[in-house]
Design a protein around this ligand. Structure first.
Ligand code: KIV
Length: 277
């Protein structure tokens, strides 16, 4: 089956879990945005914020394993389990009606074997309702990408900084190894992925990759010349005091939440409450 067919949901080897999935933006439709105006992707981990994103006109939503850092209180993404990803992906799906929801494959859910990777991806689609899945890795993971796309599930690769294995390399430093990045990006494309995340990649190299590939590039800390841009929701909305230097804060929701809760607490303490209905 061709990637285009896979992306459009044709010749699926199984019935999709829910009818509404068929009304959603497909990976094929995302792919057709290549070379046109840049478009946004945002992470979301629950129904209300996925719905806010959709209401704001963002139709490409990643339930990232950054869940571990920004929602579950871990310092890293490695402890995140497939069960947790399923739980949160399904919530984001329930909160939206049209958006393309990408389920992130957590550490340990795809590294062991192709069969394991395919089983995890199928669970994200059938139980989580994800429209496509993302996994970290380039050339090294291309066999896994091939196995998942061959079963009709659209895949996004992820190169540059890969948080699940950040401890192995130079951490969160900007990636500048042009040959290696291009080789990884091409391997992800050849394996059948419809898109690739470029995380903290030198902007000139991200631009070259975007111009070289037929598939969608999604930048995060990789400069403006990508087909799409993604940010972690909590960074974009300013829910924590600090955010990465590349992530513009479009709001200060953390401060607003504290102010609102302080005012609620003051009302309760001063018994300044509306009369009971
Ligand atoms: O988990 C995540 O949120 C991600 C994005 C930062 C791309 O992988």
């Amino acid at each position: 089956m061709s990637q285009q067919n896979a992306a459009q949901g044709e010749d699926r080897p199984y019935e999709p879990a829910k009818g509404p999935a068929l009304r959603r933006i497909t990976a094929g439709a995302i792919l057709r945005r290549k070379g046109k105006a840049p478009f946004p992707m945002i992470t979301a981990y629950d129904a209300p914020f996925a719905r806010f994103a959709e209401e704001a006109g963002i139709d490409f939503i990643l339930v990232g394993d950054s869940l571990g850092n920004v929602v579950l209180g871990y310092d890293e993404t490695t402890p995140v389990t497939l069960e947790q990803m399923l739980h949160h992906t399904a919530a984001a799906v329930r909160g939206t009606s049209r958006a393309h929801i990408v389920g992130d494959m957590p550490f340990g859910s795809y590294q062991v074997s192709d069969e394991d990777a395919l089983r995890s991806a199928i669970r994200l689609v059938k139980e989580g309702g994800a429209c496509s899945v993302k996994l970290e890795g380039g050339k090294h993971e291309s066999q896994r990408i091939r196995a998942i796309t061959a079963a009709g599930i659209p895949v996004i690769g992820h190169i540059g900084v890969t948080p699940q294995t950040a401890g192995l390399g130079p951490g969160y430093k900007v990636r500048t190894n042009r040959e290696r990045l291009l080789e990884d990006a091409l391997a992800v494309q050849d394996a059948g992925a419809y898109a690739i995340v470029l995380e903290v990649v030198d902007p000139a190299i991200a631009r070259e990759i975007t111009e070289t590939l037929r598939i969608i590039t999604i930048g995060i800390g990789a400069g403006p010349h990508c087909d799409s841009q993604v940010l972690v929701l909590h960074d974009a909305l300013g829910m924590y005091p600090k955010s990465p230097s590349f992530a513009k804060r479009f709001g200060e929701l953390g401060q607003s939440a504290v102010a609102a809760l302080r005012s609620y607490a003051e009302d309760v303490r001063s018994a300044d409450f509306p009369p009971a209905p």
